[in-house]
Design a protein around this ligand. Structure first.
Ligand code: ZN
Length: 485
């Protein structure tokens, strides 16, 4: 990128459009189940297949979850909103239209004008939420063996779209915002928020402008399938636009797709808003009416949100702020922590293993906590073995590695590998005596009062025992036998 001084004054303007699948039992307008991973076309009926004469019936639970999301995003819920048809032809949409609340003039969406607080750059910023609306998902094309097949299981799944104001100023902020948004929606029980399963999808608008000046021409970026790819894609697009501006070339308003493997965005040659969707009101559905009493009932049912849980982790479990922040970043992680603490009552120890070795493994493997082979009961089992002195902390790391790889329990692995810690005094004394005989120099240092030499000798004994000696007992035995205290 050619970063001339003139281009440096431009600021990046990013807005996100986030689709989440609502955690309902059944689809938006029919009774078919919302299950992930079912065999193709097994979750369908005349309504979600768009057969002639079939009539949609709005899922009340989907409206409730939409209102709940609107409330946690500080939006104003509209007393009346409507659905309309967005008409277009594509094989994954059998009716040839999608029922949505998206941008039909004169029809307000479910909720508008909210905000989400974001901690960025050492301060708190409010990122505006323009609108929250409901719609149905489309089916899915599967390209295999030179053929294209269509799976209608996803057709009619309940979706909510959240459109932010263009208040984000960097790719990093966009990732932070999306992380925060996902956490709030997960905690509120609105969605599972799993990007890899497509229950949370994100598109972005990116443009450049002089600070305070009018918005520049924007591009829309699609196909970002993880938090990491959102940041990478936006970083690429920001650099691409800055480079164009630096060369005096124009940014073209278009849709671009992110290519994760090549690390770039490419034009899909599809001009934004070029298509005429011939919107008109959905004649088969009544307006959605949400009165104040219903909103209050929904508000009372909102579960504990991330901020409240973070405070509780600090106050009741005595965790440092940093640990509490990391452990409440996603709801599954917070629940994993609490479940483990119920079985093994030392919160700080549990936190150390989760934000340490387990988080490192998750990062390296690119998986979420709910995908690892170790469950809370298994982690509690490992920590109990350390606590009772059955295995040393060093062996424990080795055991955890194998647990993560194989899903076996700590007990099995410890027994099979002979990792039970040596706490037998006679056996330890033999190892200690051997270390003393082999290291006259350090032994002299210990006698002369140099405490660091004890640490060295403990290390020698640990090595002889292949990590199985109980370090506290070794320390005591060494001091006894050398005659230092
Ligand atoms: Zn159906």
């Amino acid at each position: 990128m050619s970063g001339s001084a003139a281009v440096g004054v431009y600021e990046t303007v990013i807005g996100l459009e986030v689709h989440v699948q609502l955690s309902t039992q059944s689809k938006m307008f029919c009774g078919c189940a919302c299950t992930f991973g079912a065999p193709p076309n097994t979750l369908t009926c005349p309504v979600c297949l768009g057969l002639p004469g079939a009539l949609p019936v709005l899922n009340r639970k989907a409206v409730e979850l939409g209102v709940r999301a609107a409330l946690v995003l500080n939006c104003t819920v509209r007393p009346e909103s409507r659905f309309h048809r967005k008409n277009y032809y594509y094989p994954d949409i059998p009716k040839d239209y999608q029922i949505s609340q998206y941008q039909y003039t004169g029809h307000p969406p479910l909720a508008t004008d909210g905000a989400l607080a974001l901690e960025a750059g050492g301060g708190t910023r409010r990122v505006g939420i323009r609108r929250v609306h409901l719609e149905e998902d489309t089916g899915k094309l599967v390209h295999a063996g030179g053929r294209s097949l269509v799976d209608y299981n996803r057709s009619g799944m309940p979706l909510m779209e959240i459109v932010s104001e263009p208040d984000l100023r960097s790719p990093e902020e966009a990732r932070l915002f999306l992380t925060r948004l996902r956490a709030v929606l997960q905690y509120a029980g609105v969605t599972t928020g799993r990007m890899e399963e497509g229950t949370l999808r994100c598109d972005a608008n990116v443009s450049l402008r002089e600070p305070g000046g009018p918005h520049g021409i924007r591009t829309e970026i699609k196909n970002m399938n993880s938090l990491r790819s959102v940041e990478r894609a936006l970083r690429f697009e920001e650099a691409r636009q800055r480079d164009l501006v630096a060369r005096g070339a124009a940014v073209v308003q278009e849709t671009r797709h992110w290519d994760e493997a090549r690390g770039l965005t490419f034009s899909s040659r599809e001009k934004e808003e070029a298509q005429d969707y011939r919107y008109f009101p959905e004649p088969d559905l009544l307006p959605v009416c949400v009165d104040a009493a219903w909103i209050e009932r929904i508000r009372r049912d909102i579960p504990e949100l991330p901020e409240a849980r973070r405070r509780r982790f600090v106050e009741t479990h005595g965790l440092p702020e940093h640990d509490a922040g990391l452990l409440t970043e996603t709801r599954p992680m917070a629940e994993f922590f609490e479940e483990t603490v119920r079985l093994f009552g030392h919160p700080k120890t549990v936190a150390n293993w989760l934000v340490g070795d387990i988080a490192a493994y998750m990062n390296a493997a690119g998986v979420e906590i709910e995908e690892i082979a170790v469950r809370p009961a298994a982690l509690a089992g490992l920590l109990t073995l350390i606590d009772r002195g059955t295995i040393s902390g060093r062996s424990a790391k080795e055991v955890l590695d194998e647990m993560l790889r194989t899903g076996r329990t700590a007990d099995e692995i410890v027994r099979e590998r002979g990792l039970v810690q040596i706490s037998d005094t006679d056996e330890l004394a033999r190892l200690v005596d051997a270390a003393i005989a082999e290291n006259p120099g350090p032994v002299g240092d210990v006698k002369a009062g140099k405490d660091r030499a004890v640490t060295f000798l403990v290390g020698q004994v640990m090595k002889k025992s292949r990590g199985r000696a109980n370090p506290e007992m070794v320390n005591r035995l060494l001091r006894d036998r050398i005659g230092a205290s």
